[in-house]
Design a binder for this molecule. Structure first.
Ligand SMILES: Cc1ncc(COP(=O)(O)O)c(C=O)c1O
Length: 456
């Protein structure tokens, strides 16, 4: 078999061979990857098939992207129709109707006065743009010294130099150091393993109040923004206590610091509302969307800001250059068509409601895995969930060697795609998933854990 209309010299089946994979960089270490390569060839609904015909239940929506499921005809038809009309417009000089329509749709569904939109192509572009918008906003208001960005250890905001500098993953930062200046890191709200050795709720939410202290120590006149994922991903689905984000809102308001939510994963319905901002009842000043608003059908991300911030960028061009940020593919009409169709699918089919319902069911069913006596914690909201493995439930001691990757790889061999880490496994399936499919995910995880424990 070969891909349609591409006249390949290599068949699809041959693409798993090392001699051909040597010409490609994937995300993993290539030496490991070629030993057991995963090359997907088609997908439908909540399933993938690899080039060998093996089927996978997609408990990860690709990587939190395929919100409306694979092979969604409405989205596919929208991009096909748009291709016949206009595939690219001159971004240097103008825009196109689809970009304007998508910006207005996003402004309509975004909470509060989040109202003006910069359309981009990937998550890193959106978080990078948020950093730039925060800095330029303060400059335009005469506060040029407000440039520092406060973000969290264990976070991930993207691969570009600014977003990487905001990120807090030591392993991904170290290989690129020195990183950009002006970034300050604080500890995340990891209740299960409180970085301050405290217990909720007698802790007074130190993880939030400390951010106020850090702003004071840095000097409020130097701080532009606090940037957080409402639910942190890379630390193992760090679901903050309910007081945390409202406290951040208050702290930021007090110091004229912008609050930025990186909702690249949590946006587009994943936590059971269109935005996690709504799930937590806190409106940020800037919000970054990516992954799920594209449904995976075309590269698409967005930065949305509050009306008062957007207005700062209007004015006489001799003194106000507008928002100085641009990319060749921003507001691309094909991506915008995809975004409009994906949003319509989420709204018309009430996929936020489905994420709440099936998410609650899946979380409860994950509780069944506690029978293995190695599940220390189950976290998350909607269809963004995680189980953390511990060797000792009492002391929370972690497995050595870690077990998470072994279980995740076994689940993959058993036909289930998840996000696995040394000590946790996360699930983020398409929002169209049914309770029966959620049950099947838990059954495969159950079997995979049993098999891995039997072999240790
Ligand atoms: C929370 C978060 N922010 C930003 C990004 C960067 O997005 P992208 O990989 O599309 O550049 C990611 C990617 O995984 C992410 O999870």
């Amino acid at each position: 078999m070969s891909s349609p209309n591409t006249s390949p010299t290599i068949s699809d089946e041959q693409t798993v061979e090392e001699r051909y994979l040597r010409q490609l960089f994937v995300r993993s270490q290539m030496t490991d990857f070629v030993a057991d390569p995963l090359v997907m060839s088609k997908a439908d609904g909540v399933h993938y098939w690899d080039v060998n015909g093996k089927q996978y239940l997609d408990a990860l929506a690709g990587i939190y992207v395929v919100s409306v499921g694979h092979n969604n005809r409405r989205v596919i038809d929208s991009i096909k129709q748009q291709m016949d009309v206009l595939s690219f417009s001159p971004v240097m000089h103008g825009t196109n109707p689809l970009a304007v329509q998508l910006a207005n749709k996003l402004a309509e569904v975004a909470p509060g006065d989040l109202d003006a939109v910069k359309l981009l192509s990937g998550g890193s572009e959106a978080t990078e743009a948020a950093i730039k918008m925060a800095r330029q906003y303060h400059k335009l208001r005469g506060n040029a010294t407000k440039y520092k960005i406060i973000s969290r250890y264990q976070s991930w905001h993207g691969s570009t130099m600014g977003s990487l500098s905001a990120g807090g993953l030591a392993s991904r930062r170290a290989v690129n150091e020195p990183l950009a200046g002006g970034f300050v890191h604080v500890f995340p709200p990891t209740c299960y393993r409180c970085p301050f050795g405290k217990e909720y709720s007698s802790c007074d939410i130190t993880c939030a109040s400390l951010i106020g202290d850090v702003i004071q120590m840095e000097g409020p006149e130097t701080v532009a923004a606090v940037m957080v994922e409402p639910i942190g991903h890379t630390g193992g689905i760090i679901d903050p206590p309910e007081e945390y984000l409202p406290m951040l809102r208050e702290i930021c308001d007090k110091h004229d610091v912008l609050l930025v939510f990186d909702e690249i994963i949590t946006g587009a319905g994943r936590t059971g509302q269109m935005f996690a901002a709504e799930t937590f009842g806190v409106t940020p000043d800037l919000v970054c969307l990516g992954k799920g608003i594209s449904g995976g059908y075309a590269p698409l991300s967005a930065l949305i800001c509050r009306r008062s911030i957007a207005d700062t960028f209007w004015g006489d061009s001799s003194s106000n250059p507008g928002f100085v940020e641009g990319h060749t593919f921003e507001g691309n009409p094909l991506s915008a068509a995809v975004g409009l169709a994906t949003l319509s699918e989420i709204i018309d089919r009430d996929l936020c409601g489905n994420a709440r319902r099936v998410g609650a069911h899946l979380k409860e069913r994950l509780g069944d895995l506690r029978k293995h006596n190695i599940i220390g914690d189950i976290r998350g909201k909607g269809l963004f969930l995680c189980i953390e493995f511990v060797e000792d439930l009492e002391s929370k001691a972690q497995f050595n060697p870690p077990i998470g990757q072994a279980v995740g790889k076994r689940a993959l061999a058993n036909g289930l795609l998840t996000r696995f880490d040394p000590h946790w496994i996360a699930l983020g399936p398409p929002l169209i998933i049914t309770e029966e499919q959620a049950d099947e995910m838990v059954e495969i995880l159950d079997r995979s854990i049993t098999e891995v424990l039997a072999e240790r």
